[in-house]
Structure formats: C-alpha cells, structure tokens
Design a protein around this ligand. Structure first.
Ligand code: NI
Length: 171
C-alpha cells in the first residue's frame, strides 16, 4: 500500500516526467498503485497522487481488468460534452459535477512499453481525462468556476478537519 498525497501537497502540482525505463520497478509501482486504488475504492490513481511525478496512471472500473497507462496522450476528444460527478482520492469526501468531452481517444504504453490506442466513452473516458490531468498537475476542481471551487475546498476542509490538523502537526 502506498500513501496517497492530498490537496495542498506540492507533488500534486508537478509536471510529470516521461517514463523511459520499463523494468521490474515500474511493474511493482503499477501493481502497488492498483492495490492502493482498489483498497481506497477509487476508479483511478495517478503517479503524483502516490508521490511519483511520472507519467503513469491506473484505472479500474467495475468488473473490467485494471488498466495501466504510461506516457499517455489524449489525441482526440469528442465535440459532445457531458456533466459527470467527479471525486478524487487526493480530495477525499467531496464530489462535484465537471463538464468534459464525452469521449476520448488515448495513446499510451503498457507496463512493458508496448504502445496502444484506446477509444473510450462513458466513465472510462471520464477517468482517463481526470487521471491524465493529474500528470500535468491539474485537479478536477481547477475546471470549476472560482465560487464553486471555493465551496468544494471549504467542504473538503470541513470533512477532513481532524486529518488536516494531524497533517499540520506532521503526524
Ligand atoms: Ni484524482
């Protein structure tokens, strides 16, 4: 299990580095990320969220196999957009509707370095966009108008008061 970094942690705002070594350490990282995501009941988790500012994210939706995306690039988005309620393991306890393209085509590499292209819609398209944003230091709340962003942050702080205090004390 890996520690999940949360709102305010600098690593979430870093621009992630390209991954060039497809070795055993990368496979271990991907496995640990999948385990951490599953344990936290998330559908996606990106490198910076576990303190690794590198271009990797994992997605696990329903009964589908977990997927690993390395050095991903969204090469196409649909003109059609739709709202969807998003949450983030790095902003626990709060959710907010975000409008994004309904479908995407993503190019990426798997954990062995093999390139693949995937066309997605629905929750998968949503998760890909959300996780891909993390690799540029972008959080879903950044897409919201300022007033909504502030109210999401306030409610996050309310819901996480004791944990945030402990964090300040360095516990
Ligand atoms: Ni997230």
């Amino acid at each position: 299990m890996l520690d999940i970094y949360t709102l305010g942690d600098e690593v979430l705002r870093e621009k992630c580095k390209e991954i060039t070594k497809f070795d055993a350490a990368l496979k271990m990282l991907a496995d640990a990320m999948i385990e951490t995501m599953d344990e936290a009941d998330g559908v996606g988790l990106a490198g910076p969220q576990v303190g690794v500012p590198e271009k990797i994210f994992v997605i696990h939706i329903g009964d589908d196999e977990p997927m690993v995306f390395i050095n991903p690039e969204i090469i196409e988005t649909t003109i059609e957009e739709c709202p969807y309620e998003e949450g983030c393991l790095s902003i626990p306890g709060v959710y907010h509707e975000v409008i994004r393209p309904a479908g995407v085509t993503v190019q990426a590499q798997d954990v062995n370095g093999k390139a693949f292209t995937l066309k997605a819609d629905g929750l998968l398209a949503r998760a890909i966009q959300h996780e891909n944003d993390h690799l540029s230091g972008v959080l879903y709340i950044d897409h919201l108008p300022e007033s909504e962003q502030k109210s999401v942050i306030r409610s996050y702080e309310r819901k996480n008061r004791s944990r945030l205090k402990a964090k300040k004390r360095g516990v």
